[in-house]
Every structure is written in structure tokens, then in C-alpha cells.
Design a protein around this ligand. Structure first.
Ligand SMILES: [Zn+2]
Length: 269
């Protein structure tokens, strides 16, 4: 069943609250996946958007939100809304399709790669050579998206540490630079995962929780807005304005259910 029209309707109602509030501020990180290629197991084709669609969005974003967040600056911008652009999984099209478009509109971006996919030289994903090319030609930050893309809250401590550190070290060796950025695979993160990421040496962590990033935000628990293939500019604008922030209640409830369902102990599981 497709609930999206229902969510959209609810967000339109929720947007009315803005009549009573001051204009939105803070950084909104957008989460993309593939641009043009097919994402495995994405039956509803939500996570791949076309190059034309992406170009239209990049042009609109660059005109509407001149303040673009990167990891180093604007992280907690308080003057109006700034946006930041991220890609999860490290699809090869990020280099060949997305990067030239973003460069055209002077938009910096971050790509979070799955270490094992890079190592496997899977055709769909960026190789180490591709990533080095991205770094040398574009305004990009490369972060980890785990070693194997497994949901981290379901890992026991030993596996969790391995996922966090082996991906970090592999990327650091391959790229010759420090990797202190992570996007938690499937947005799956809790206190234990967050703390262990910090212990492993990460300083910034991106979740998939929908919310704004204000001055009080924990840099290892940064909210993001998923941009899906069904999202037109109107919905993206709604999301950036906070009209979809109610969705985080659903996400939190799902997480509580999930943690009860897949009880993973600190030492076992
Ligand atoms: Zn992912």
C-alpha cells in the first residue's frame, strides 16, 4: 500500500503551523542515493532519481538556498536555512552523473561509501580509483557507510567495532586522508552505535531521522531528509521547511519496535 499521498496530505496540514512560527532556520541535510542507475532491492524505485530530475533540483537548490553546508562550515548555521547534500552507498553514478551537475551549480557534497563494495570493485559502486578522482576533481567529502552495509544496532559489540573501524581504516589507506565522517547504514543508530562510532574516531555521523540541525544538535546524530524519486520540488521544499518533521515520531516508534524485536545484547546477539 502506498502511504505517500497520506504523508504528503498530513505534511500540508502540518505546514499550517508555520503561520504561527518565525521563519525556519538551521541546516537541512538532504540524503540522495543513486542518480540514474538502478538500486538493488529497490522494488518501488524510490532511491534512484533521473539525471534530469537531479539537475532541476540542483539548479533550484543553488538559487533558493545560497548557504550550503559542508562538514567544516555552517554546520549549525542560525541565519535562515542552509542545505547540505549527501549521497549514501557510493553509487558510481555519483562520479559520472551527479558530480558534474553539482559542480555546475557550485554545490559541495558528501558521499558515504560501503567499504566492501569499493573493495569488491562492483560495477555499480565507486572503486578506490573513482573515489580518488572524485576527491581530486570535485568539492567532496568521502565518509564511511560501514564495511558491509549491515544495520549497526543489530550487531554485537565485536561486530559493531569491526564495521566501524575496518571501513574507516580501509578508506583512510585507500584515500590517504583521515575519515571522520559516517552515515549509519539504513539510518539505523542508537546510543550504543553512536558512542562506539565516537570511540572509533568518527566526529560526524548522519542519521536518517527527519529534523533540522540547530546549535544543540549532536554532531554524531545529524538528521537528514531523504529525497526520493517521487519527490517534486514542492515536496522537497516542504521537507526543507520542516513540514515533514512530524515523520520523526513514526521513525522513532519504528526504532523502539525494532530494538524490542531484534534484542541485541552488548556482548551477544
Ligand atoms: Zn545505505
Amino acid at each position: 500500500m502506498n502511504f505517500y499521498p497520506l504523508y504528503d496530505g498530513f505534511s500540508r496540514v502540518w505546514s499550517l503551523r508555520r503561520l504561527l512560527l518565525s521563519s525556519p532556520s538551521g541546516t537541512r541535510w538532504l540524503m540522495y542515493h543513486a542518480i540514474g542507475s538502478d538500486v538493488p532491492d529497490d522494488d518501488k524505485k524510490l532511491y534512484s532519481i533521473t539525471a534530469d530530475q537531479f539537475e532541476q533540483q540542483a539548479q533550484w537548490l543553488s538559487r533558493t538556498y545560497p548557504a550550503v553546508a559542508t562538514e567544516e562550515k555552517n554546520l549549525n548555521s542560525q541565519q535562515g536555512v542552509s542545505i547540505g547534500i549527501t549521497f549514501d552507498d557510493g553509487y558510481r553514478d555519483n562520479l559520472y552523473v551527479a558530480a558534474p551537475i553539482l559542480q555546475r551549480y557550485q554545490l559541495p557534497f558528501s558521499v558515504f561509501v560501503i567499504a566492501d563494495a569499493v573493495r569488491r570493485r562492483d560495477r555499480l559502486f565507486l572503486s578506490a580509483t573513482d573515489i580518488r578522482r572524485l576527491i581530486s576533481e570535485y568539492d567532496v567529502v568521502i565518509g564511511s557507510h560501514g564495511a558491509t552495509h549491515v544495520p549497526l544496532t543489530r550487531c554485537n559489540d565485536i561486530r559493531l567495532r569491526e564495521e566501524l573501524t575496518s571501513s574507516k581504516h580501509y578508506l583512510e589507506d585507500a584515500l590517504g586522508q583521515e575519515v571522520i565522517w559516517i552515515s549509519y547504514p539504513h539510518g539505523d543508530v542508537n546510543r550504543r552505535v553512536r558512542d562506539m562510532a565516537e570511540e572509533a574516531g568518527y566526529r560526524f555521523g548522519w542519521t536518517s531521522f527527519i529534523s533540522t540541525n540547530d546549535a544543540n544538535i549532536d554532531p554524531l546524530m545529524l538528521p537528514r531528509l531523504p529525497v526520493l524519486s517521487v519527490d517534486g520540488l514542492r515536496i522537497i521544499k516542504q521537507k526543507i521547511n520542516g513540514d515533514w518533521d512530524w515523520f520523526v515520531w513514526k521513525q522513532r516508534a519504528f526504532q523502539v519496535w525494532q530494538e524490542r524485536h531484534f534484542q541485541v545484547g552488548r556482548s551477544g546477539g
